[in-house]
Design a protein around this ligand. Structure first.
Ligand SMILES: [Zn+2]
Ligand SMILES: [Zn+2]
Length: 340
């Protein structure tokens, strides 16, 4: 038996006993150390799903996590009790996209923590050995958790290919936006303009290195005198796409990372067409775990200061409600299952 957070549907979350299933071939049992609450988890809670991925049975979320191995994994040189991270994206390895190296686009993916595949918001989990990520000894549970969102940010910046000292606008200063700002700064972008409607997130964006932070995309358009050559969108707003388009200069590039509430984008087509924009959608991440580990180990990004809350499992339903209501003060929340 293991306690777990269940999301039963829109606005229904509870903590209850979870019957841990039998392990399968190729899996290893882990004691979960810590799990991040992600914007996608919040979508599952607020909307009962994302697009066609709908919660039909009580579902355990959690895809950003680290844990302690309950047995040795000899082929990876890992020993019982060791802290590891888990790449939640278990792709099939057989389809056209997997063969081309785009595991993040695999239509047969078994993503740990996306319905119908239960995630890590529980005390113990069977993790596929193929998805284990060995960590430097200096890493703790927070580092292990933050590798996943950091990987999403790195993947988005790789897609964006910022040019040397190019000015970039980042819309949305939640965890992903804040990580994108830091990765941009660490890899040679120029001035980074950011915006967010929430004051505490704007303050955080200034602290972690954004050059100028406003409330709306209109501020960034004014400061850049008509728009930036590169705009990265990391909001949950149905108007995120529209705002990204209007914040982009003629001939510029847009990378969309956020998931809009209600799964609908609204934008006037002419704004995008007449600018001749190059638009990319980021989907989760490519094989960037090694790079994410290097960023963290080298101190190129600060993941620690964006973690504003560390809570226990029992507090999670209440915190999901607070997040859904945009309560002040929250940026990244980690749920600690096992304190060391
Ligand atoms: Zn996530
Ligand atoms: Zn595949």
């Amino acid at each position: 038996m293991s306690r777990a957070l269940f999301v039963d549907g829109a606005n229904k979350a509870r903590v209850a006993q979870f019957n841990l299933r039998e392990g399968r071939a190729g899996e290893v049992l882990m004691d979960v150390a810590s799990v991040g609450l992600c914007g996608s988890d919040l979508h599952y809670f607020k909307d009962g799903g994302i697009g066609a991925t709908v919660i039909k049975e009580p579902f355990v979320p959690g895809h950003e996590f680290g844990g302690y191995l309950c047995e040795d994994v000899e082929e990876l040189g890992l020993t019982r009790g060791q802290l590891v991270a888990v790449d939640p994206n278990k792709a099939c390895g057989q389809c056209d996209w997997c063969r081309e190296g785009h595991h993040n686009l695999c239509p047969n993916v078994e993503f740990i923590g996306a319905p119908p595949f239960d995630g890590a918001m529980t005390e113990r989990i069977w993790a596929p050995r193929s998805q284990l990520v060995a960590l430097p000894v200096s890493f703790d549970a927070l580092d292990a958790v933050m590798l996943e969102p950091l990987g999403v940010a790195i993947h988005a910046v790789k897609l964006a290919k910022p040019r040397m000292l190019e000015r970039v606008a980042v819309l949305g200063c939640g965890s992903i936006g804040l990580l994108i700002i830091q990765v941009l700064k660490a890899t040679g972008a120029g001035q980074v303009l950011a915006c967010d409607p929430l004051a505490h997130r704007r303050a955080m964006a200034e602290r972690i290195g954004a050059d100028r932070v406003g409330e709306t995309a209109a501020d960034l358009i004014e400061w850049s005198k008509g728009g930036c050559p590169l705009v990265m969108e990391a909001t949950n707003s149905p108007f995120g796409f529209r705002d990204a388009v209007t914040a982009t200069r003629i001939g510029g590039r847009v990378v969309l990372v956020g998931i809009p509430d209600g799964d609908i984008y609204a934008l006037p087509a002419a704004d995008a067409r007449r600018r001749g924009l190059n638009i990319k959608f980021a989907r989760r991440m490519g094989d960037v775990y090694p790079l994410a580990i290097e960023f963290l180990a080298a101190g190129k990004v600060d993941v620690r200061s964006i973690v504003t809350h560390r809570i226990g499992l029992e507090e999670t339903p209440g915190v999901l409600t607070a997040l859904a209501e945009n309560a002040p003060g929250y940026v990244k929340v980690l749920v600690d299952l096992k304190r060391t």
